[in-house]
Structures are given as C-alpha cells and as structure tokens.
Design a protein around this ligand. Structure first.
Ligand code: SAH
Length: 387
C-alpha cells in the first residue's frame, strides 16, 4: 500500500500558495511511517502532490511536488542537476559554495556544500535521511567528488528524532581541505568547522564590503576571519573579535597563510568589548557586525532585537565620520523590516545619523523561494556614518 496523508482545507490552501511545509495541526489522517515519501490528499479526496513525511517534527510534511507528477528517483535527480547547473552558471570566483539550498532548490531539508573536490551534505529530516544513500550516489555520479561527508550533527535533527552523526559516505575526506574564496585561501576542517566548515552565505557580502572598507577595521564575530581576510589588503589595521578560542586560532592560521600579519585576532565577548572600546574613545573607519542568530524562534525575537540594537548603536558611536558599518542578521525570525526598524532606533539612540548604502542578503547560491520567508534568513545592510 503506498503511503498517504490527508490534510485539512487550510493545509490545502498552503500547498496551493506554494508553501512547502504543512504543520501537524493541518494533518487529518496518516497512513505512513516516519521518513516515507507520501501522497498528499486534500480534504475532498483530491491528490495534491507528494511530500516527505515526519512522524516527529511539527513540520509533518515537506512538499516535493504539487500536482499529478511522480516524485521518485527521476525527480530527485533532475532537481539535483538543476541545482548544480544553476551554481555553474553564476560565475562564482570560489571553489567553496552551496550546491543545494534545501527549499530554495525544491529539495526541502537537504543541504549540499562543495569544498573544492569534496562535498558536505546535511540531512535535516527523516525523509532526506531515508533518501540519503540515493542522493549520495547521484552526487557521486554527477560530480565525481573525492569524498562526501555527512555533517548530520545540527541540533535541529533532534526535532526529527534523528541522531547527530558525522560520517564519510563516499570516498575519503582529509582532516583539512584548502579552498579559495576570491583571493583568500582557507584551511577548512569539514568535520568540526561551524555549519559545514565556512559561512559560505556571506561570500558576496564580503565582496561588496571591498567597495567601502578602509582605514582601521573592527571585525566583530569574526569566526575564522571571513571579512577580515577579504578586506585586509585595503585596511591599515584589522582587529578581529570572536568568543571562541578555536575560531581565534583558525583566523591566525588563515592570516598567516594569506600573508596579512596585520590581522590581529582576540578572544572576547563582543558586547563587553564594544563597551570597553567606547569608554576608551576608540575610533574605526569600518566595522563589521556578523553575529550568530540571536532569535532562534519567535519567542526570542524581542530579546534578539534588543541585542542587535545594543551592538549596532555602539558600533555607530565607534565609527569615524564617513565610516562604514556592515551589519548582518541571520535570524529569519527577524525580517528585513524589523532589522531596518532596529537600525533606525539604534541611530536615534546613538545620535549618529546613518545612511543606507546597500541592502543585501545571502549569496545567490543560497536562493530564496518566493513566498517562503523562512528561506530569506540573512540580511546585510551597509551603512555610512554621515558626519
Ligand atoms: N563573520 C564570520 C561568521 C560569524 S559566525 C564569517 O564571515 O565567516 C558568528 C561567530 O560569532 C561565531 O564564530 C561565534 O563563535 C561568535 N560569537 C557568538 N557569540 C559571541 C559573542 N558574544 N562575542 C563574540 N563572538 C561571539
């Protein structure tokens, strides 16, 4: 018996509006097991399409296709092919980038990142776990990588009742791989680095910052130095701050490798450090704020906004006249409008008039699916202190 799930009228409306997620509250009847590829049936017994079913998550169904078509091997393969072809068409000057961005490539809850001749895949649902070996063999055939690593260790897998594992699924994966992003070279540890190793979603924002950065640069939440290393050649002094000792070691290694010894990294809490620098009367020509997601869920939005405002208003005060602030948020619960309103308040409270030079988002290899706000998570505004 093929698996099927019947959903409510409201669920059907969401499917018709193009949203790939159906929540548990809109599920009426289940004849399926966790991880099954199911036929989705509307309240009037109409077949609506196919989805990956989860018996644990609040997101019970992730739509793979809408309408009559099949959702088997051929669909998965063609979606992977399209995702890869799109990246190849972008002319990305890097050999590390995202190949598959889950919902943004109509492959919900699947991430695939390329690090030169190695791939890292991440499965975020029971359904993708079930398809994982099929996906790995398609990727191996299409891309002929030297190795494929599963970084199945993000916490969200717990919501699906899935274990956290890191394992090589194909070929071999060395302890460290070398990749380049534009002119910058990195050593990346794919097994333990944050996300899948690097923050690939910021590549184009780092490139954009090249147009403005100069003088003294303060790179806050620097991780292994993405912004610092990209901007170092045009900045006389570079200070990078991260709370993680491991990140500070990585930035030092990468600064050495890229021949930019004036990048000075230190381990500190940015909140404390900005306050201290303000008291000390420090001034910077360029400041980057790239914090982790402060709002992990809707309940934490108010606190998150207070945190964003705090660091932004202090950064505005630390800027020299005519200086640039590159400020980011990767919390999708804080949307662009809320982020803009927070920056407005920070400018009022700091009494520093700022102009918006650019409004940016995650790189093009992390596509946003129209009508699905969850896929637009990274905001990056470039502001200028007017006087
Ligand atoms: N800017 C980086 C990515 C930053 S990710 C890039 O371009 O690649 C966020 C970083 O913030 C992580 O490395 C994390 O260790 C650090 N972090 C989190 N909370 C912090 C805090 N309060 N102070 C300083 N660093 C913090």
């Amino acid at each position: 018996m093929p698996s099927s799930v019947v959903i409510s009228a409201r669920g059907e409306q969401r499917v018709r509006a193009g949203h790939p997620w159906i929540y548990r509250t809109d599920v009426m009847n289940v004849e399926a097991e966790g991880g099954d590829l199911v036929t989705v049936i509307g309240p009037r017994n109409r077949r609506l399409g196919h989805a990956l079913f989860s018996d644990r998550s609040q997101i019970t169904l992730r739509m793979l296709n809408v309408g009559e078509g099949d959702a088997g091997h051929a669909l998965i393969r063609s979606r992977l092919e399209r995702a890869i072809a799109f990246r190849e068409s972008l002319g990305i000057d890097a050999n590390a980038y995202r190949l598959v961005h889950a919902e943004g490539d109509l492959l919900p809850s699947l991430i695939v990142d390329r690090y030169d001749r190695h791939l890292v895949i991440q499965s975020l649902s029971q359904g993708v776990d079930r398809l994982q070996s099929e996906i790995v063999s398609i990727l191996a055939e299409l891309l002929r990588p030297e190795g494929i690593l599963a970084r199945n260790d993000p916490k969200v897998r717990m919501l699906e009742g899935l274990e956290q594992t890191v394992e090589v699924l194909h070929g071999s994966v060395p302890a460290s791989v070398t990749v380049h992003e534009g002119p910058v070279e990195y050593d990346v540890d794919l097994r333990t680095g944050q996300k899948t190793g690097l923050f690939l979603d910021q590549r184009e924002n780092r490139d954009a910052a090249v147009r403005y950065a100069r003088g003294r640069l303060l790179d806050c939440f620097s991780y292994n130095g993405g912004f610092s290393l990209r901007l170092a050649h045009q900045c006389a002094e570079v200070e990078a701050i991260d709370i993680s000792a491991d990140a500070v070691v990585r930035i030092r290694v990468n600064a050495e490798r890229n021949g930019v010894p004036h990048v000075v990294a230190r381990e500190a809490n940015v909140f404390d450090e900005l306050r201290r620098l303000e008291r000390a009367g420090a001034r910077y020509d360029t400041i980057v704020l790239d914090p982790p997601a402060f709002a992990k869920n809707k309940a934490s939005v108010a606190n998150a906004l207070a945190g964003y405002k705090e660091i932004n208003l202090r950064a505005m005060r630390l800027l020299a006249s005519g200086g640039y602030l590159i400020t980011c948020s990767c919390s999708y619960n804080v949307n662009e409008e809320m982020f803009g309103a927070m920056l407005h308040e920070a400018s009022i409270d700091s009494r520093v008039p700022m102009t918006i030079v650019e409004k940016r988002m995650q790189g093009r290899d992390h596509p946003v699916l129209v009508g699905v706000p969850e896929t637009y998570y990274l905001k990056c505004f470039i502001l200028r202190r007017v006087e």
